[in-house]
Design a protein around this ligand. Structure first.
Ligand code: FPP
Length: 260
């Protein structure tokens, strides 16, 4: 993706001692970066604040990472915001998150336009509270024509539910006679996922040190490089992102083959 070199340099000025823009190869950036934004609750608790304060701080981090990825010219940024399992949280926390999703999105829509960001959702957004769903649909409609970075927000997302849904979609198509059983191959499955048309993540970042996937993009992460940092999501910033990209660029990716 095209990037504005001047804006990029400005955005990554004032580097800390251990990392700077010159530490990453701008010609070998991951085309799709995905983040599991974890640790908002712990961040808040450590500061003696309510968990909700952690989510509010987490929004600022997401905003910074969206801007950083646009500046770098990343094609796709995806972020795990709410899982199908997160409904089990206390009702007031679920309500707050749904409220934050709606208000944040409305507030950020002008930024998305300014930065030419196209919004898509991964997950079942039909099942969200009405207000949140309406704002999401507005966001989809208003950014549909944007041609820059794709921001894929996983909300009410679970990878197993996504795979079961894809199986149903394909079964219906076979039953209708639209396709044959032999047509169900990897491409057909991939095209039936929420991520249809997007490249698989090349780099998965998880914050707060947890070493698990938590039902996230099980199919799409098959060959992704993982970068796990102990930093809690509200403390994750553009420099942490660069550290993740640098780690990615230091990996040898073989995709099951041998080194060329
Ligand atoms: C994980 O931390 C974070 C979440 C479940 C919510 C993430 C949502 C945001 C950062 C807001 C995003 C905003 C938009 C508009 C998509 P946790 O609560 O699991 O933290 P813990 O593991 O420390 O309890």
């Amino acid at each position: 993706m095209l990037r504005d070199e001047q804006k990029l340099i400005e955005y990554f000025a004032d580097a800390p001692d251990d990392i700077s823009l010159s530490d990453v190869n701008l010609d070998n950036l991951p085309s799709h970066i995905s983040v599991i934004m974890d640790g908002n609750g712990r961040w808040a608790t450590r500061q003696g604040k309510e968990r909700g304060e952690g989510h509010i701080a987490g929004i600022s981090s997401l905003r910074e990472i969206i801007t950083a990825c646009v500046r770098l010219g990343i094609d796709v940024l995806s972020a795990y915001a709410f899982s199908t399992e997160n409904w089990k949280r206390p009702q007031h926390e679920v309500d707050l998150l749904m409220h934050l999703f709606a208000t944040t999105l409305l507030k950020e829509l002008p930024l998305f336009h300014q930065e030419n960001v196209k919004l898509v959702f991964l997950g079942d957004i039909e099942a969200l509270p009405e207000k949140t769903r309406e704002v999401f649909e507005q966001g989809l409609a208003e950014t549909a024509g944007n041609t820059g970075m794709v921001l894929a927000l996983a909300v009410n997302y679970g990878a197993r539910a996504e795979l079961a849904r894809a199986a149903r979609t394909l079964a219906v198509r076979v039953a209708r006679g639209d396709i044959n059983i032999e047509d169900i191959n990897e491409n057909a499955v991939a095209a039936s996922l929420y991520t249809a048309g997007l490249p698989d993540p090349e780099l998965l970042i998880r914050t707060s040190g947890e070493l698990r996937l938590s039902n996230y993009l099980l199919w799409q992460l098959a060959y992704s490089e993982f970068y796990v940092t102990d930093t809690l999501w509200p403390d994750f910033d553009r420099w942490e992102l660069l550290r993740g990209i640098k780690a990615f660029q230091g990996r040898e990716r073989r995709f099951g083959g041998v080194k060329a």
